[in-house]
Every structure is written in structure tokens, then in C-alpha cells.
Design a protein around this ligand. Structure first.
Ligand code: ZN
Length: 318
């Protein structure tokens, strides 16, 4: 694989819609996603069920998914308590969001920057206490990194400062998240360069962008050109952020996979099987709208994906 597509639909997608997907259907979705070649899935969030009843079964879904061989099971945690639950359930990767806009942090997590960073320190310490081989990968996610619906502009220097603070607190890595869809390809490149120069290239490998203003794939391509290798997306573009008004629209996994495969970059994902996952999710969610162009248009005549082209030993971009 040349890039890692991290499917966030079961978490980011489902938390944004009112309908509650039955646990059994989530398990089938995750099984199918894995069978289609997606090797990392964010399956839920350890938030109180009162806040997000859609994700109340996260512990069960994490425990189930952790038994699928070769699948990296990711979960979001709002705080140290959530991380304890995620570790107990067997998550392989835990992500603590830190909203770069402090007003958004207070609205979303009811926490100041200092409190979230203290939580990062506690989580990192708890992970260090685990036996080797059972320690989940710990990512601090820099959400609203490109701007915020409450504060507007978020200065790049602030994002860099928070990236340094998260790494100092013991995170394995930081991630960039354009929660509000404010990023553009130039700001993506400039942000990656600034963070890399502060914390090093190994400390930032992935980005989570939204398609709120139609720039989702352009922003991914900018990040890929800059050297990032992990890209979050949601099946059918399901989801957004319920706490950032107007921030809807994850990028569509089907279109993202098509873009990379068409340009000679291996994702490891089988597009036909991915479309079958979409059909299952659509059937389960009834009239909930799914997005994306590739599933509607179909694949171009004679299209051979890079992943399935055995003549290509290495992706053109590898
Ligand atoms: Zn999202």
C-alpha cells in the first residue's frame, strides 16, 4: 500500500445522524469494510451514551472488531476516562481531539486547552504502564486546525504550539483535522510544513478533511504531495461534526479510493467490494442521504485499479 485510507464512517458518520444503527449492522459494515481492503476503521467514540446514543455500543463494537485479523481498530476518546474504556475494550489506536480553537474546545469537550493537554499526559502515562505489545497507538488530533465556526481564524502558530504540547505530553503522533471545512490546498501544505519543522516528519502522517466547501479531495491531494500518507474518509460521505454548526460532509471513501487508484497510488481497497459496502449501509440507513460521484457514475470503461493491476510491482508514486 502506498497510502492508508482510514474509514471513519462508523464513528464520524453515525454520530452525525439521528438514526441509530443496530450493533449487528455496525459489525457487518466493519466486516465488509475489512473484506474490501480497508485496514483501519474508526469504529466508535467513548463518549457518554447520553451525549451520543448512536455510539453507545462502542465498547462492544471495539471488542468485536479487535478480533478481525489485520484490522487496526481506532476509537475516539474525549478524555482520560474514555481512554481507560477504550484500552479495556482493546482499541489499537486511540485519538484524543484537541480543538485548536479554545471556544470550540469548550463547546465540544467542555475543556480548556490546558485540561485536554493534562488528559493527554494522563493517557500517555496509562499507556506506558501497559505491557509491551498491548499499548495502543496514541494520537492527538488537532481539530479546527484551519479555522473555527465560533472563533474564525485560528493562527498557524497556535496550531504548532498545540502540536508541540501534545507531543511533549506523550502522544505518539498528532493528526490534522479540518473539522469545519475551512482549509484550502495552500493552507494544508503550509500547515504541514510548519508542524513538521516543529515536531518532525514522523510526528504527523495523517489528515482528516471535510468537503464542506467542495475542496476535500483537493486538500487531500495537497497533503499527499506534501508527504502525508494517512487519509480519513467516510463511506458515502456520511457525517461531519454535530458540535460545529454548518460543518458537514466528510470526504467520500469511494471517491478518495478512486482518485488514488486512478493516479497510480495503491490503497489496497477493492472498489467493487467498497460499492457493495455502500449498498449495505444505504439499505440499513433507509432514506439517509449518502454522497459521492464514483458510485453513481460507475468506474470508467476498461478501468484497472492500481491495487489490482499485477503488472505494477510498485505504485507510480511509491
Ligand atoms: Zn469528520
Amino acid at each position: 500500500m502506498d497510502v492508508l485510507i482510514s474509514e471513519v464512517g462508523p464513528r464520524d458518520g453515525l454520530q452525525s445522524i439521528d438514526r441509530i444503527m443496530p450493533t449487528a449492522a455496525k459489525k457487518i459494515w466493519i466486516d465488509m469494510a475489512w473484506a474490501a481492503g480497508l485496514t483501519e476503521v474508526e469504529v466508535g467514540s467513548f463518549v457518554p451514551a447520553k451525549l451520543l446514543p448512536q455510539l453507545a455500543d462502542t465498547a462492544e463494537v471495539v471488542a468485536y472488531s479487535a478480533r478481525i485479523p489485520g484490522l487496526t481498530v481506532a476509537a475516539l476518546v474525549p478524555n482520560a476516562r474514555g481512554a481507560t474504556d477504550a484500552i479495556a475494550a482493546g482499541a489499537h489506536k486511540i485519538t484524543l481531539p484537541l480543538s485548536c480553537s479554545e471556544s470550540h474546545s469548550l463547546a465540544n469537550l467542555r475543556r480548556t486547552h490546558a485540561q485536554v493537554i493534562e488528559d493527554a499526559r494522563l493517557i500517555a502515562a496509562a499507556i506506558r504502564d501497559l505491557p509491551e505489545g498491548r499499548r495502543p497507538h496514541f494520537e492527538g488530533s488537532l481539530s479546527t486546525a484551519f479555522g473555527c465556526t465560533i472563533e474564525g481564524v485560528v493562527p498557524q502558530a497556535k496550531v504548532v504550539e498545540l502540536a508541540e504540547a501534545l507531543m511533549a505530553a506523550g502522544c505518539d503522533e498528532v493528526g490534522l483535522a479540518d473539522t469545519t471545512g475551512y482549509a484550502d490546498p495552500a493552507s494544508v501544505k503550509s500547515m504541514i510544513a510548519a508542524i513538521w519543522s516543529a515536531v518532525g516528519g514522523d510526528a504527523l502522517t495523517g489528515i482528516h478533511v471535510h468537503n464542506t466547501r467542495g475542496l476535500g479531495l483537493a486538500n487531500v491531494l495537497a497533503a499527499f504531495d506534501a508527504g502525508l500518507t494517512t487519509f480519513d474518509s467516510s463511506l458515502g460521505g456520511l457525517g461531519g461534526c454535530p458540535f460545529a454548526p454548518g460543518a458537514s460532509g466528510n470526504i467520500v471513501t469511494e471517491d478518495l479510493v478512486f482518485m488514488f487508484e486512478a493516479m497510480g497510488v495503491r490503497t489496497g481497497v477493492d472498489l467493487d467490494k467498497l460499492i457493495a459496502v455502500r449498498e449495505f449501509v444505504q439499505k440499513t440507513l433507509g432514506d439517509e442521504p449518502l454522497y459521492g460521484f464514483t458510485p453513481l457514475a460507475g468506474l470508467p470503461l476498461g478501468f484497472v485499479s492500481t491495487t489490482q493491476n499485477t503488472d505494477i510491482k510498485q505504485g507510480a508514486w511509491a
